[in-house]
Design a protein around this ligand. Structure first.
Ligand SMILES: Nc1ncnc2c1ncn2[C@@H]1O[C@H](COP(=O)(O)OP(=O)(O)OP(=O)(O)O)[C@@H](O)[C@H]1O
Ligand SMILES: [Mg+2]
Length: 440
């Protein structure tokens, strides 16, 4: 038996076919969990201090300079503590054992005010990574995949060793196609370390197509559009009836719902921090809004805003506090989700300044999403130029397909072709669970 794993930018899920039936793995009460992990900080314990030969040598040299043993020891111990704290800045292997996943990870981070939160590690897989950071990302992906494997093995009552993992057509990448290769390499390494012996990758829209295939009695050509958190993936396929699903083409855009969140943050929240009036370079605000980019986040937190006048300076400094950019991004996502069913949405930003609020309406949201909407329109135009013939239906899936703005965009791009709304969350994982059964 193999496990289908949807390792998503925002949410991860797993499912398997057992005795012909789809079995969704539960994570707590839910069928998916936020792809986030929290690692508590290693605060050095002074009781762990022991005089190793190297530290003994340091002490000896202090004593030779005429220092009293007691003072020398105090200095050596203090240097040791500082060194331990410095090492703790990188996620250390020890703290990986105490990792928390999903919403619990985010809650623990915001509550404890220390430690490391890694949200959406999938967004980082295709970026230039120095070897140490690469190793950290492999460890994080390993822990998430191991968490999935062990949870599934318990629920299915068998040791799961085989995985079919979803992959976007195009990973988010700073290195073009090489970024995609690197991403697959990291995922393969992580899945191996997580205990999988057999690992296969299937394109996410192809998996969603297999799910749709099972619901179609008669053969037809269909277009699958999966708008997720990090990427938008499209496939054109022949589906339904007795023959196996046949994927004819796929297209990818490395943009998704998380870009809508950062759009809201930049266009609607950052002006509260002076982005439209102050002489602060625009890239500071971009760095602050880029919550999934660890180097950019570090860069923002290191800026000095002590000379920036009120109210912007104090708000910027509040945004530099640990966890504040994560909170602001949450408010942006809540706003976006709110605007799927309301015409206006308000959020409290009291963590930046007591009583500070922001309101966004659908027009302002659409303006903040302009870049994403433009790219999406161009992708769909390319698709309709390259498909062999117009499809009989369009199957819409992915969490971001809940947004009326995006539904309208897709419908408007293909007038006259019926739009079928699939399960926004579980289409891909069901297809991954069924993948080889259909392909064989
Ligand atoms: N009601 C809603 N309106 C708009 N967006 C929503 C809604 N509900 C969820 N989303 C967005 O859907 C996205 C998550 O979708 P999904 O779970 O399909 O992504 P994913 O599979 O994790 O990402 P990817 O496939 O890109 O790696 C998030 O950006 C989330 O904010
Ligand atoms: Mg997805």
């Amino acid at each position: 038996m193999h496990l289908g794993i949807d390792f998503g930018t925002s949410y991860s899920a797993a499912a398997a076919i057992r005795e012909g039936q789809l079995h969704s793995i539960r994570f707590g009460e839910a069928q998916q969990f936020r792809t986030a992990a929290f690692f508590p900080e290693n605060v050095p314990d002074p009781n762990d201090f022991v005089l190793t030969p190297a530290l003994e040598a340091q002490l000896e040299s202090l004593l030779r300079s005429g220092m009293r043993r007691q003072d020398g020891l105090r200095i050596v111990r203090r240097q040791w503590m500082e060194e331990q704290s410095r090492q703790g800045e990188a996620v250390s292997v020890g703290s990986l054992k105490h990792a928390l996943f999903g919403d619990a990870a985010i809650e623990a981070y915001l509550l404890e005010g220390t430690g490391h939160l890694i949200e959406s590690p999938k967004s980082m897989l295709g970026y230039r990574l120095d070897p140490r950071v690469r190793q950290t990302i492999v460890s994080i992906a390993t822990h998430i995949l191991e968490h999935i494997r062990l949870t599934a093995s318990r629920q299915l009552d068998t040791a799961i060793r085989s995985a079919v993992i979803g992959r976007p057509v195009e990973f988010r990448s700073s290195m073009g196609a090489d970024g995609g290769e690197q991403a697959l390499g990291i995922l393969r390494e992580a899945a191996t370390q997580a205990g999988f012996d057999s690992i296969r990758f299937v394109e996410e829209p192809a998996a969603a197509a297999m799910h749709y295939h099972q619901s179609l009695d008669t053969r037809q050509r269909a277009l699958i559009v999966d708008i997720g958190g990090g990427t938008t993936d499209v496939a054109y396929a022949e589906l339904g009836g007795d023959e196996p699903a046949r994927i004819l083409r796929s297209w990818g855009l490395a943009r998704g719902g998380t870009d809508l969140d950062s759009g809201i943050s930049l266009r609607r929240f950052m002006p509260l921090m002076g982005s439209e009036v102050q002489a602060i370079p625009a890239h500071h605000y971009v760095a602050a809004a880029s919550v999934h980019n660890l180097p950019k986040q570090r860069e923002f937190r290191q800026q000095d805003y002590r000379r920036v006048e009120a109210p912007y300076g104090p708000r910027l400094r509040a945004l530099q506090e640990l966890g504040a950019t994560t909170r602001l991004n949450r408010r942006a996502e809540e706003t976006k989700i709110g605007l799927s069913s309301e015409t206006e949405h308000g959020v409290h930003l009291g963590f930046l300044e007591p009583g500070l609020d922001a309101r966004v309406d659908t027009t302002e949201f659409a303006a903040s999403a302009e870049d994403f909407l433009g790219r999406m329109r161009r992708l769909l135009e390319q698709v309709s130029q390259e498909w062999p013939a117009p499809p009989a239906s369009i199957f819409l899936t992915g969490g971001s397909s809940r947004s009326p703005l995006l539904q309208q965009l897709v419908a408007g791009q293909f007038p006259g072709i019926p739009l079928v709304k699939g399960d926004p969350s579980l289409g891909v994982v069901s297809g991954l669970a069924a993948a080889p059964v259909i392909a064989d």
